[in-house]
Structures are given as C-alpha cells and as structure tokens.
Design a protein around this ligand. Sequence first.
Ligand code: G3I
Length: 322
Amino acid sequence: MPRLRDLAPFRIGTEIVSDEFGRPGFDAAASTQFSQITAGFEMKMEYILQQDGSLRFEGGDRIAEFCKAHNQALHGHTLIWYIDRPATFQKLVGDKRAFDRAYGNYIQSVAGRYRGLARSWDVVNEPVADDGVSLRESLWTEALGQEGHFIRAHEEAHAADPDALLFVNEYHLESKPHKRRTFLKLVESMLKRGVKIDGIGTQTHIDVDLPPGKITEAMRDLASLGLPIHLSEIDVSFQTEGVSLKSKAEKQASQLRLYREAMESFVALPERQQFAFTIWGVRDADSWLRTATWVKDKTDQPLLFDDMGQPKETFWTLVDVL
Ligand code: G3I
C-alpha cells in the first residue's frame, strides 16, 4: 500500500490521542502513513494543568516518543485556547502582573518541555469569534487584553523554544469569508506589531454540503500573506441536513470531491507555503465526530481509514492527487 508521507513533498499529518494506541489498525496506519502528528488533546491546558496548579505531561510525552520512534514531526496543539478557564488562573484575574507571570510560566513550562521535540505550535487557537467579525472574549483577553494576550503568548512561546514555528489556527475560514477577512486582518496587524508568526492554520472541518470552490478560494486568500499554511484539521463529515444532498451515495461523492479539492488547492501553493496537510484523526472510529455531543449520526465516516484501519476511497483520492 502506498504511504502518503512518501508521496508528498510536504508533511502529511494526523491527529492522535495516546489512548488510541493499540486499537485495531491504528498503530500501523498512524506510524506508517503520516510524517507529522498533532496531539489532539494531551498538549492542551485541559489535560496538562491540574486543579492544584501542577502540570502533567505523560500523555504529551507518549505522543512525542511515538513521533521520535517513527521519524515524525510533532505539532504542538495548543498553548492558549478561549475554551479554557482554569480556576488557577481565574483567581488571578484581578492582579494583572500575577496573571501575566502565571501565563508566561505556563507557556514556558509547556513549550519548554517540548523544546527540540515540537517542530511547531498553535499558540493562540481560534482567536476570531463565531460572528466572524469580532475577536473572541476569553479569560485570557479579560486579564491581558485582546492584543496583550496574543502578543505575550507568542513572546513566551518563542522564548521557550526559539526554533519552534509559531502558528495561529482557525476554523470555518473556507465557509465564512467574513471570518477569514477578520482572521487575516488580525494576523496582519500582529505581524505589523512585530509578533513572531511563522504560519497560519486553517482547520477545514467541513461537511459534505460545502459548495465546490470554497476551499480553493479560501486557500488563495490565506496564501496572500505569503506565510506557510497548515491545512491543520481536515475531516469531511456527513452531518449535513443539506437539502442538496439526499442519498448516501451523493454525500460520499461530495466527500471525495472535497478531499480532492483540499489537496489540489494545497498542492497548488508555492512550495515555501506548504507547511503540512493534516487529517484530524486516523480511523473513522477515532474521530471527535463520533463523540461530539451535537453530532446526531454517530456512524459518521469523515476520515481516510475505516474503523479497522483499512484505507477508504478518501485515502485513494489523496493518493491520486499526490
Ligand atoms: O482521554 C480521555 C479518556 O481517558 C477519558 O476516559 C475520556 C472521558 O473523560 O476523556 C478522554 O479525553 C477526551 C479527549 O478528547 C480524548 O478523547 C477529553 O475529555 C475531550 O475533551 C477531548 O476532546 C478533544 C476536543 O478537541 C477538546 O479538547 C477532541 O479529542 C479533539 O479532537 C478536539 O479537537 C478540536 C481542536 O483542538 C480545535 N479545533 C476543533 C477540534 C474538534 O473539536
């Protein structure tokens, strides 16, 4: 069977959680097909930061070891996310100096732990609000300000690991042009402030009812800054109730078309802007969509390998493009 990692001149990534190791077909596919790994959970604050303020790293360490064993790059995900509101930080909100010190210590401890192991990091994840116009409000922006929390996160991450490439990662950039504009404006303004941003991540969590051409349009737009692009979390789900696609066959045809479009638009980028193409999970059974509370159809098949780790039409479609 061909290996995606051998066919592409850029990194082909996947997302893993260490408790997936050992599941049927998982290790073989995860270790042979991909040249980059994103930790889907165990390098995040919700896993690392304990109630008492201590930090736990065994999950992230296991994933870093897996990467080393299989000559794969490790993409750290993610240092700061609006979703996290840990008590250890909440109690510092009134004291900006103390909060800033704890913020820097956390980032330094985590990015420092994986110095020389993580090739890159999503530093601030999903900074644009769902309205696509405003920036997200969070514990971090409340304590340090919109610009402050962003600038400080990049400063501390760079200080902790000067060689790591620092990314800003966002979703719905292909389906919401106004969100894409706001995202690009944010990145441009931060670059103008001298913030070290080495690339942008476009997650690409899409549904089979995304119209043709949207991914291509977004990729062209995002490439306009000249930065490396990480197509960072693609999956193509069947959650749509879209009237346009009724039968499973129609939905499967659309899924193949969308994977093809995503890879073709990535391959069309200038080589220096092709950071990595990452599929968000190895087997369908490992997809977050199988457990996401809002997902109705728990038999979703959004990835490249089936529940037993066997390649699907989606896999062969990417092979065909590469
Ligand atoms: O590993 C533990 C397991 O030991 C325990 O039994 C189980 C029940 O408590 O929880 C498991 O941890 C879960 C983990 O996924 C691994 O499955 C966490 O509770 C759960 O919160 C975590 O969800 C992750 C989610 O982000 C929130 O961090 C998903 O795996 C991950 O796919 C998802 O990824 C996000 C990206 O970070 C950002 N873009 C959107 C994407 C999808 O939501």
